[in-house]
Design a protein. Structure first.
Length: 554
């Protein structure tokens, strides 16, 4: 087994869970419980978006290495497989059960594809949203299978075997998995898409046994990138034993430049998230406290469980969740069908300006972020923050300024020198908010953010009280004009800047923060020595917290 680069850190054990975007929640439940025979071990909500279910399937107790989780967004568009994402999740099945599973799946009308992989038979089917689900027939470690499963005990799936990612460059994955996380490279074989390389976790003991040991990647140097949607794997979580080990990995990954998120409390485990060089989103999740932490094992999956901070809103949350039925218990959850919002515009709002989008499909979102790029940059540049923020509740809109500039002169120039472009830029934000309003997302559920020139524009828009926003984020920016008045009513504002930023003088930054506070805004203004004209991790953490606060109010 390859040692971890740091002697104090145990190598990652293997897979903890896989999280996928789905569409119809009932079809999802029926496939994973009635077809695959997995137990629904937890019904909760997306902690960033409590109007969306988070459904967990696994063995009887939901032990790490068996958990498939889904965020169902009704009527979401299908994703498109491609590089930079995990494209398949494989379960381990008993070697002698090949004929049983082939007959079961074909008998249920599913299209089944057979193959061989590293010497073992594999069956592949699509779940209702097109996610590739594989069965690898290799006698792995037994799990505590669910007694209520429609699948006989001797044929029950034994947790995960592996996941498969498509990448442009295997070397970037190797650098993370072997160099940082201590996995072992097993070998490479030919695959229809390109060379497949396998990496193995350390397992649960010195003998390397356990479930979910493998991560495979297929190298496709000229392959197109994936497009996220229903059926797409959002992230893959790897296991670590406890908070201490996770903290050690957080420090190591930060030092190596992977920019992991802070530790996030997911109620049943603690998580950090980061991307490898091809774009695959990984998580490191702790084994504890586990799914029986808030209800007995025999009650798992029977009730809608909410984190403590959402309990006071339970009636509202239940009213907005679609009605689902768990056939293994006959329990009805939720109170009414979700009304699907009209389809959203993808490229061009009423103003005629080009807009780029990312994140949650507009028709399924209740919160949005409008991101404004800086001078000389592009909408695609600032839209890349979506991957850093990792907030699945949000739809992101990034308009493109004509000539890559919102107004011609410095924001410190007399206002008339930046007209009529400044007014046109403010009108663009008006148009985007109107489009969002038409899709059911009011301005109070929108965060307006920007960098540099875009940050100045965001602050100016909020200061002029053109709409009562959910929050504002200004990364290296300040107010364009200091003469506006009017109550801002507790508007959350985050501002970050360097003390020696050549574009945003410190005195203007501080004066802007004080003026906004005097008008009733809740301003968090921070100065970061050595930042330069850039964005750092602490700013992104503050931006994430502000956005989570907005999402939590919906």
């Amino acid at each position: 087994m390859n040692p971890s680069p740091s002697g104090s850190i145990s190598p990652v054990q293997g897979l903890h869970h896989v999280t996928v975007m789905a569409s119809d929640p009932q079809r999802n439940i029926d496939f994973y419980t009635r077809v695959l025979g997995q137990r629904m071990v937890k019904v909760t909500v997306n902690f960033d978006d409590p109007g969306t279910y988070h459904l967990y399937y696994g063995d009887r107790t939901g032990q790490p290495g068996t958990i498939m989780t889904h965020f169902p967004w009704p009527d979401a568009r299908r994703g498109v497989r491609g590089n930079g994402e995990v494209v398949a999740t494989a379960y381990s099945a008993p070697t002698a059960s090949y004929d049983f599973w082939l007959g079961r799946l074909t008998g249920l009308g599913l299209e089944v594809r057979g193959s061989q992989r590293f010497g073992h038979k594999v069956l592949t089917v699509d779940d209702p949203d097109g996610t590739w689900v594989e069965l690898v027939f290799e006698d792995g470690a037994p799990v505590e299978d669910w007694p209520g499963s429609p699948v006989p005990h001797e044929h029950a799936l034994r947790g995960f075997h592996s996941v498969t990612g498509w990448v442009r460059d295997t070397g970037a994955v190797r650098e993370l998995l072997v160099g940082q996380l201590g996995l072992t490279e097993v070998g490479t074989e030919d695959d229809a898409q390109g060379p497949r390389t396998r990496f193995r976790g350390s397992g649960d003991d010195d003998g390397g046994t356990g479930v979910g040991l493998y991560v495979d990647v297929v190298e496709r140097p000229t392959g197109a990138r994936g497009s996220f949607g229903a059926g797409s794997v959002h992230h893959v979580a790897l296991r670590t034993r406890d908070d201490e080990q996770q903290a050690a990995y957080l420090g190591q990954l930060t030092a190596a430049g992977y920019r992991p998120t802070p530790v996030q409390d997911r109620q049943y485990f603690h998580s950090i998230y980061f991307r490898e060089g091809n774009g695959i989103l990984f998580e490191i999740a702790t084994d504890a406290p586990g799914f029986p932490d808030d209800e007995p094992v025999d009650e798992l999956g029977k009730h809608l469980r909410l984190p403590t901070w959402y309990e006071a809103r339970r009636p509202t949350i239940e009213a907005h969740l679609p009605r689902i039925v768990s056939p293994e218990y006959g329990v009805t959850l939720g109170t009414r069908n979700l009304e699907t919002a009209p389809a959203g515009v993808e490229e061009t709002p009423a103003s005629g300006i080009q807009v780029f989008t990312a994140g949650r499909p507009l028709g399924q979102a209740r919160v949005a972020a409008i991101l404004l790029h800086g001078r000389g940059a592009s909408a695609q540049d600032i839209l890349s923050l979506e991957t850093e923020l990792n907030l699945s509740a949000f739809t992101y809109l990034a308009p493109q300024a004509e000539g890559n500039s919102w107004y011609p002169q410095s924001f410190l120039a007399p206002v008339e020198q930046n007209q009529p472009q400044l007014d046109a830029a403010l009108a663009t934000i008006d148009a985007l908010l109107a489009e969002l309003e038409a899709q059911g997302i009011g301005a109070q559920n929108v965060v307006l953010g920007g960098f540099s020139q875009g940050a100045c524009l965001a602050l100016e828009y909020a200061s002029r009280n053109r709409a009562r926003l959910g929050g504002v984020v200004a990364l290296s920016g300040a107010l364009i004009t200091l003469g506006e008045t009017g109550d801002l009513g507790g508007l959350p504002v985050f501002m970050g800047n360097a003390p020696d930023d050549a574009h945003i003088p410190l005195d203007r930054f501080q004066a802007s923060a004080e003026l906004l506070r005097s008008r009733g805004a809740a301003v968090d203004a921070r100065v970061f020595p050595g930042l330069g004209h850039a964005i750092n991790a602490e700013e992104l953490d503050a931006m994430r917290a502000l956005m989570q606060g907005v999402a939590g109010q919906v």
